[in-house]
Design a protein around this ligand. Structure first.
Ligand code: GCU
Length: 415
C-alpha cells in the first residue's frame, strides 16, 4: 500500500539515521481510554494480559510456571567472603525430580553490615559464576566446560579464569552500598547456540511443564531461570524479597525485561544495552534488525517471529509495549554511545513511550525529556542514560542503577 515502507529493500543492518525512514508504532490501547482511571483499569483488567500473550505467541514463547518438584540444595557458604564484607552462598536449584542433570547453580553475596534484610540485584552471567569475581570459593561451572568442548563458545569461555568478568559485576561496590547480588550462569539454563535446546531443560522438562520444547525459546528459558532465582531469594531470611531488582546486559538484558514483564514479584527492571528484541523499537530500522537477529540467533525467539523478518510493520506490538508491562514498577533503560548496534535512540524512545501507563498510576517517567547528552541520567520512575563508550556494563552503569534503586526501590517516593 502507499504507506507501508518496503522493508524488504532495506539493509538487514543499518547505522544511518537517514535510512530509518518513517514508521508507525502500534498504540498502547486500541481505543484511547477517556481518562487515567479508565486507562489504569483497562490496563490491569485486560490490556496487560493481552499484550503479554501477544509477546508470548509471536516472539519469546511461553513462560511456564515453577516446576512442582523444584528443590534447592545448599552447596557452599562462607560468612566471611570478600574480606569479611559479605556472606556468600552457593545453591543448586534442581528443576526435576526425575532428572538430576537439570539444574541451575546460583551464587549470592549478601552484605554483612546490614541490620535488616538486603535488597538484591539479580541477573544472569555470560561465562560462569566463577568469572564474576576471583573469589577462590566459587564453584567452577561444568556447563561452561561443555560449551568449550562442543567448540560452540566462539572463543568466549575459559573455565580456568576466575574473575574475568569482575568489572561487569562490581561486587565490592554493591556490598558497600548495601545491596546483595545474586547470579547464575545462563548456560545452566540453555547453552547459547542453535542446538543448545536439545541438551537443555527445554527438551528435558517442557513436558512436565505442559509444553513442547518449541513452545518457548532460549530468551524465555533464561528469563524463566530468573524467576526461579526469585523463588530461591524468597526463601533467604537475609534478603528483602520485596526489593528484588532484575538486571542484565545485552541478550541477558532482553531476558531481564521479559522476566520482569512476566513476574511481578520483581520490584524493578534494569535493561543494560539490551537493544533489538529488548528495549529498542523494532520498527525503527536502526542497528540490528529483526531479520538480522533471527538469522544470527535462530534459537532466541519462537519460529513465528521469523515471519516478521521483513515485515516489522505487521507485528501486533513494538518493544515500548514490552517495557510498559513493567509499569508501575521502576524501569531503567541504558545505552552506550558507541553501541549503535543496540540503537540508543530507539531504546530511549521506547522507554519514553511507556509514559501514559506510568501517568495512569500517578507516576512520572521520561515525560518531556529529550534524548540526553552522554553520561547524563534523566527521568523519574523511568530512567535513562547513555554511557560514553562501548557495549558493556561497567561501574558507571552500576553507580546509576544503585542511585536509582536508592531513590525508587528503597525510598519508594511518589512520582
Ligand atoms: C549480539 C546480538 C545482540 C545481543 C548481543 C549481546 O551483538 O546481535 O542482539 O544483545 O550480541 O548479547 O552481547
Amino acid at each position: 500500500s502507499c504507506c507501508i515502507p518496503s522493508f524488504a529493500q532495506k539493509p538487514v543492518y543499518n547505522e544511518l539515521e537517514f535510512n530509518v525512514g518513517p514508521y508507525e508504532l502500534p498504540t498502547l490501547f486500541k481505543k484511547e481510554p477517556a481518562n487515567k482511571e479508565e486507562m489504569r483499569n483497562t490496563w490491569e483488567k485486560k490490556r496487560r494480559a493481552y499484550l503479554l500473550k501477544l509477546f508470548k505467541d509471536n516472539m519469546y514463547g511461553q513462560f511456564p510456571r515453577k516446576p512442582k518438584t523444584m528443590r534447592i540444595e545448599l552447596q557452599h557458604s562462607n560468612p566471611q567472603a570478600l574480606q569479611g564484607k559479605a556472606t556468600s552462598k552457593q545453591v543448586r536449584c534442581y528443576f526435576s525430580k526425575a532428572d538430576s542433570s537439570v539444574y541451575m547453580d546460583v551464587i549470592i553475596y549478601i552484605p554483612n553490615h546490614l541490620a535488616q534484610p538486603a535488597p538484591v540485584f539479580m541477573g544472569l552471567n555470560f561465562k560462569g559464576n566463577h568469572t564474576i569475581h576471583n573469589d577462590p570459593d566459587i564453584i567452577i561451572s561444568k556447563r561452561n566446560k561443555d560449551l568449550l568442548l562442543l567448540n560452540k563458545d566462539n572463543g568466549k569461555t575459559d573455565p580456568n579464569l576466575r574473575g574475568t568478568q569482575a568489572e561487569r559485576w562490581e561486587l565490592e561496590h554493591a556490598m558497600a552500598k548495601g545491596y546483595a547480588v545474586a547470579t547464575a550462569y545462563y548456560g545452566d539454563l540453555e547453552l547459547d547456540h542453535a542446538e543448545g535446546w536439545k541438551q537443555s531443560l527445554r527438551s528435558k522438562i517442557s513436558k512436565e511443564l505442559g509444553l513442547k520444547p518449541q513452545d518457548w525459546a532460549a530468551l524465555s528459558v533464561w528469563a524463566w531461570g530468573l524467576s526461579r532465582i526469585v523463588d530461591y531469594l524468597e526463601t533467604e531470611d537475609r534478603i528483602d524479597a520485596s526489593r528484588i531488582l532484575v538486571t542484565g546486559h545485552s541478550r541477558l538484558g532482553k531476558a531481564a525485561i521479559w522476566a520482569g514483564a512476566n513476574d511481578t514479584r520483581i520490584a524493578a527492571v534494569i535493561s543494560n544495552n539490551s537493544g533489538e528484541g529488548g528495549a529498542a523499537l523494532s520498527r525503527r530500522w536502526f542497528g540490528e534488525t529483526i531479520h538480522r537477529i533471527n538469522t544470527s540467533f535462530p534459537h532466541w525467539f519462537v519460529e513465528k517471529y521469523k515471519f516478521y523478518n521483513n515485515r516489522p510493520y505487521l507485528l501486533p506490538f513494538d518493544q515500548h509495549m514490552l517495557l510498559a508491562l513493567v509499569a508501575p514498577r521502576p524501569l531503567y533503560v541504558a545505552s552506550a554511545t558507541e553501541d549503535l548496534w543496540a540503537d540508543p535512540l530507539g531504546e530511549f524512545l521506547s522507554a519514553q513511550l511507556t509514559e501514559p501507563i506510568y501517568n495512569s498510576y500517578g507516576l512520572r517517567g521520561l515525560q518531556g525529556v529529550s534524548f540526553p547528552a552522554p553520561d547524563t541520567p534523566v527521568g523519574h520512575v523511568v530512567h535513562y542514560h547513555r554511557r560514553t563508550g562501548k557495549h558493556n556494563i561497567l561501574l558507571y552503569d552500576w553507580q546509576q542503577y544503585i542511585a536509582f534503586a536508592d531513590q525508587y526501590v528503597i525510598a519508594k517516593p511518589e512520582g
